[in-house]
Design a protein around this ligand. Sequence first.
Ligand code: SF4
Length: 595
Amino acid sequence: MRELSLSKTDYKTARECPAKLYYRMKKYPSLKEGNEYIELLAQGGYIIGAIASLLFPHAILVDEPDHAKAVEITQQLFTQENITLLEAAFESNGKFARPDILIKHGSRLTLIEVKAKAFDSSEETPFRNKKGVIAASWQPYLEDITFQALILRELFPDFTLITELMMPDTTRSTTIDHLHKFIALNHITEDDSGYPRARFTFTGDVEQIRESHFLTRINVDREVADLLPEVSSAAEIFLKSLNPLTKLPAPISFVCKDCEYRVDGKEEPNGFRECWGTLADPKPHILDLYHGSQVQGINELIAAGKTSLFDLPESAFRKKDGSVGPRGSRQLIQMRYTKENEEWIDPQLGTTLQSFPYPLHFIDFETSGLAVPYNAGLHPFENIAFQWSCHTISAPGAEPTHAEWINVDEVFPNFTFAKSLMTHLKRDGTVFMWATHENTILRQIAQQMEGRLEDPELKEWLEWMTAARMVDMNQLALSHYFHPLMKGRTSIKKVLDAIWQVNPALRERFPEYVKEEDGALLPPHNSLPTFKIDGRDVFVNEGTGAIIAYQSMLYGPQKSDEMIRDQWKQLLLQYCKLDTLAMVMIYLHWNEKLT
Ligand code: SF4
């Protein structure tokens, strides 16, 4: 049997946690399944890859998913004195990688790794912290290219090797409008190390892209040299564990909370259960604690086999000086009310809610800030706001009414978005949002107006609106409300799902969101209707899905099909509408409990 090789994706997985490498090789059920594709689509990473490849006009793509064949093709092409290869394949001593771009010029190699990560070229030492050490946020990206450099150094010890990252530069803007529409995704392939690769057709002006793109190449030779010994020895350990396949030891800790192998307890095989054994069983679990990673001594407690939420002494939530801060009081409330299995609602919330003048507006925005800017003049990752929803309660006891706006045209939508919102909200009453995203977006739109739009009324309204005027319901939930079903979370969905389970009056009032499966009541977001698009049942019930839906509606392969465009639009409208209705439902629930 062919020995297993260590790909850069395997390396990255093992660096997160060595036990994950074993589960990945054994294809254990994972919460990440399919997510790489969704991320690739949502972040526009494939478009960055596409643009990068267009910058090398004579590059040859090694379009071969099979590992061994791709290595063979690369070897043949590498006999040429000067050549640029895309997705070349190299294997050395059991390690395998496919560099995004490799330029061979005689005995000089330039290895370029393309990343859809924001890079600010105005920073003096972008990859290092104040102490000169490589910053944790850059470490995985730099280790990725170091792993590839390691292979090339082993294979070509006499060559000069230059290493570079190529990334969207947030100090640059694009001169091209709607770049997305010129890059049509044909399909996504997977090489045999499981790495997704996009295949696309470009229909725009290549010369224009080459002259005015917004990607930057940054030399990382120093960082690669620093990391090489560490990456080399880690790779050796990981490789050894593949032949024969053995699980490397990995201590359990609070980090396991977000492990992709923490799948439903009934799934088999179950990576989380293998790591935690019976320590996975307690309910409520210690990993469900609000901001638990910041509790002193929590990992020692886990190591000692104490993994029930109730194993934590209340003293753990105190600061060193004995006081209890906002985080500690939330943790105490979670602990106490989970023990009692009771909902907690702070009576003070009643006074707070009563102080808000009517009409009460509940707003939510859908926005997208992709690596590739949507419009000329925008920077990478700059947001566009393409949709808002607003539910309004005009007076005590009044039925909520709904208004919405969505952009369906290939235009820069932000100013029309803001104007329509201004016309709807005016300066009346109270505006509720969940978390601070809406405030951030309105501030950004005010900034985007500089030099682009002369509209004093809108400018003044945006400044007025964002002067700490909007009320953050997430903050209200954090300070005044808890239900054991929420565990340690206060996202709008978590709060809504909890009250939906316990408040039959709400279900009677909004029956269109009541849906059951196998006798269990589903969360309202899972009751939203699906549409059949391109033979697939499609739905939108979270933010990333909304970005993909918007992309598909405006720039997808069926963008000229009116019916399909309308279906994407309906999916977006129903999703955003439910988010603001969710705020209304939570508000109604709180009011009901307080009166
Ligand atoms: S549960 Fe923890 S130890 Fe096990 S694979 Fe996940 S992160 Fe690693």
